[in-house]
Every structure is written in structure tokens, then in C-alpha cells.
Design a protein around this ligand. Structure first.
Ligand code: HEM
Length: 235
């Protein structure tokens, strides 16, 4: 308890908490992406996987509550650090000329807020499937069932991404998420003291490659569907 208190009160402690929660969220995004890529294996694989998660509350609920706790910790520490930084520099620079800061680091708060808005949209779209009009397809995703009476997640994803505005929004949001991830990963290594002169280049390359893989993996789903994947399977 004492340790948690000390971590929370120091700036460095909050940076560690942000880095740790960010790293766990990154692992969730990678795991979720691998699960979702099963869409390319067809309806049986994706629906079986989704049904397994939905019908195993001992995995689903701890994972949901853990995610909620991690997101809350990540956002609250980000806001507190941002407020502390502002308080330490009450007068804004008269001419703002960032030298070292990259585009990603300057936009961490903005990209974070947009990613949060995307997650809210995504939960309404695919998890709550409400309001029905949100998915733009005219279909009620909650009523889609396959031949085994399981929720037809495959059909939901294909019909969902056949709506071009929805797919474009996902691709843009995942792009911003990856910008956020790339900088977050660099900051994570920095907090651990590993991003020194010798390791800076390989670490920055690793962060870039990890963000690119997450972007390509996630966006391949809406892009593939817009290009016609799954069309003949949801007739
Ligand atoms: C194109 C990429 C994505 C696809 C196809 C996708 C698909 C899905 C689907 C189908 C569900 C609902 C599962 C169900 O209820 O049966 C879901 C839930 C969820 N997704 Fe995604 N997702 C994508 C990207 C993302 C990203 C980038 C994030 C995070 C930044 C994310 C976070 C979540 C969360 C938190 C849930 C709720 C899990 C739960 O509590 O049930 N997803 N996703």
C-alpha cells in the first residue's frame, strides 16, 4: 500500500504506472488482433472463437474488468502528468518550436482522446450492437445467428465493414492508435532506462515495426472486406 502511495505521488512513479498499463494494453491489442484475423479463416473459425469467449464468463469478465482498470489507470495517470507538466510551466512558450519532439509525442493527448472515442464507438458497434442505426447497414447485428445458433460474428464483421464510412473511420482510428503505440513503446523503454545511446536506434526500429504490424493486421480486415472478402459467404 505504501509503495502504491509513493508511486502515485511521484512523477516518475506515475510514468512507470503509465508505461506498465500501456504495455498491458498493447498486449491486449495484439491478442485481440490475432483473434480477429481468424475472420480470414471463414465463419466457422471466427464464430467458434467468439462463442467460446462469450460462453466462458470466467475468462470474459476478469478480462473485461482488467481492461477497464488498465484503461482507467492509463488515462488518469496521463491526465495527472499532463496537469503537473502544465503547472510546472504556467507561462506558455512565446514561440513554440519543438526540436526533438516528434509528431507522435506532441500529439499523444490528441491521439489518446481520439482512440478513446474510437473504443466507445467500437463497443457500441460490435459489443452492444446498439443503437441499430449506428452500423449503417440497416441490419440488427444482435439478431444474426449461424446454423449452430451462435452469434454470427463473421456476418456482423463482414456486413459492418462493407459500410465504407465505417471502415474508413476504423482504418483512420487504428492509424492514430499505432502512432500512439509507437511513441508509447519508445517511452516504455525510456522509463526502463533502456533507450540509451547504444540502444536508441534498435528500440525505435522495434517500436516502428510493432506499430506497423498492428496497423497492417488490424486494417487488413476492413480493407479486405471493402475489396470483397466474405461477400459470397454472407449472401
Ligand atoms: C479492425 C479491427 C477490429 C476488429 C475486426 C474488432 C472486432 C471486435 C469484435 C467482433 C468485438 C466483439 C466481440 C463479441 O462481443 O463477440 C470486439 C470487441 C472489443 N474490441 Fe475490437 N476489433 C478491432 C479492433 C480493436 C482495437 C484496435 C481495439 C482497441 C484499441 C479493440 C478493442 C475492443 C474491446 C475493448 C472490445 C470489448 C471486448 C469485450 O468486453 O467483449 N478492438 N472487437
Amino acid at each position: 500500500m505504501e509503495l502504491a502511495n509513493r508511486l502515485w505521488r511521484s512523477s516518475l512513479g506515475k510514468k512507470y504506472l503509465m508505461a506498465l498499463s500501456g504495455c498491458a494494453l498493447f498486449l491486449f491489442v495484439v491478442g485481440h488482433m490475432i483473434g480477429n484475423l481468424q475472420v480470414f479463416l471463414g465463419p466457422e473459425a471466427l464464430n467458434r472463437y467468439a462463442h467460446f469467449l462469450q460462453s466462458t464468463p470466467e475468462i470474459l469478465w476478469p478480462a473485461r474488468l482488467g481492461l477497464l482498470a488498465l484503461v482507467t489507470l492509463h488515462v488518469v495517470t496521463a491526465i495527472r502528468l499532463w496537469a503537473e507538466n502544465r503547472a510546472a510551466r504556467p507561462v506558455a512558450y512565446s514561440t513554440y518550436t519543438p526540436i526533438e519532439a516528434s509528431y507522435a509525442s506532441r500529439t499523444m493527448v490528441v491521439s489518446g482522446v481520439i482512440v478513446a472515442a474510437f473504443i466507445v464507438f467500437h463497443l457500441l458497434h460490435f459489443t452492444l450492437q446498439k443503437p441499430v442505426g449506428l452500423n449503417l447497414s440497416g441490419q440488427d447485428f444482435a439478431q444474426l445467428h449461424d446454423a449452430h445458433q451462435r452469434h454470427d460474428v463473421f456476418r456482423m464483421v463482414v456486413v459492418g465493414f462493407q459500410q465504407a464510412p465505417v471502415s474508413i473511420f476504423y482504418i483512420a482510428a487504428v492509424g492514430l492508435l499505432c502512432l500512439h503505440l509507437r511513441h508509447g513503446l519508445q517511452a516504455w523503454f525510456q522509463s526502463l532506462g533502456l533507450r540509451n545511446e547504444a540502444w536508441r536506434r534498435p528500440i525505435d526500429t522495434l517500436a516502428w515495426v510493432a506499430a506497423a504490424v498492428v496497423f497492417l493486421g488490424n486494417s487488413s480486415i476492413p480493407v479486405g472486406i471493402l475489396l470483397g472478402f466474405g461477400k459470397d459467404m454472407v449472401k
